[in-house]
Design a protein around this ligand. Structure first.
Ligand SMILES: [Fe+2]
Length: 256
């Protein structure tokens, strides 16, 4: 009954390979206003002191460390925990400190790849949260090299892109105004990106089956074992077991 849905969905996934990034809303407008107000009072340090070991990759930007200047970690950790879409995508294990980057007219990041260990955290995903709205500055797009193509991102304030660490990227020169972003890096429970993509797929399929109440029509155990629901559930559990994870890790994935 639902076979055609699965085939179409899987075909789309195969054609585009795995999902390498996600866009989510991290900060609502009220919190955003508070953060922007605080940015008026922080002290900025040269971006040349930044995380990247090669200073040639950071020619002209400024950053400030959240730990000393902005928000407290408990609030910020809560903000990350509350972003279910982000959590479902990454299957988050831990994350780095948060850095604030301010770019003014003439600033840019040259093409580079983020380090895989940042703040003693193994980074599987990089996240940039835009704090400035697109009409506040010109240029300053985050440019990712994805599947052989360059894709530009300039998101509304409060929205973020989370992408696989290892994707080459740059920030185009800001030609007007001021571009503020928060950035952090995080580790996934599932470091093999193909396994992670498969887990997302099987969880999604379980969700579709459940939403159709397909599982209610089983008359006997044989029906259940032969069902699509069981197949997807079984494959989901296999991946979780491989990484020593319990099934409750993906419970929120199914309810999101
Ligand atoms: Fe970067």
């Amino acid at each position: 009954m639902f076979g055609s849905i699965y085939i179409i969905y899987r075909t789309i996934c195969d054609a585009n390979m795995r999902q390498k990034y996600i866009i989510t809303e991290f900060i609502k407008s009220k919190e955003l206003k508070d953060i922007k107000e605080q940015l008026n009072h922080v002290s900025w340090k040269s971006g040349l002191d930044s995380l990247c070991s090669d200073p040639n990759n950071i020619p002209s930007n400024y950053k400030s460390n959240l730990e000393t200047n902005l928000l407290d970690y408990e609030s910020w950790n809560a903000a990350i925990h509350n972003n279910i879409s982000f959590h479902n995508f990454v299957v988050t294990k831990g994350w780095s400190n948060i850095f604030i980057s301010r770019m003014k007219e003439g600033d840019y990041y040259k093409p580079h790849v983020d380090e895989h260990i940042i703040d003693n955290v193994i980074s599987h995903y990089s996240t940039t949260i835009f704090l400035s709205n697109p009409d506040e500055y010109d240029g300053g797009e985050l440019s990712l090299y994805l599947n052989g193509e360059i894709k530009n991102f300039k998101l509304n304030a409060g929205h973020a892109i989370t992408y696989e660490t290892g994707i080459p990227h740059c920030v185009n020169e800001v030609t007007r105004g001021c571009r503020d972003v928060l950035a952090f890096w995080c580790e996934s429970h599932i470091p093999d990106m193909n396994d992670l993509d498969a887990l997302r797929y099987y969880s999604k399929m379980q969700k579709i089956v459940e939403s159709k109440n397909n599982y209610e029509v089983f008359d006997c155990l044989e029906d259940y074992v032969g069902s699509d629901f069981y197949q997807f559930q079984s494959k989901t559990n296999m991946i979780l077991k491989k990484y020593g994870l319990r099934t409750n890790v993906v419970k929120s994935m199914k309810t999101a």
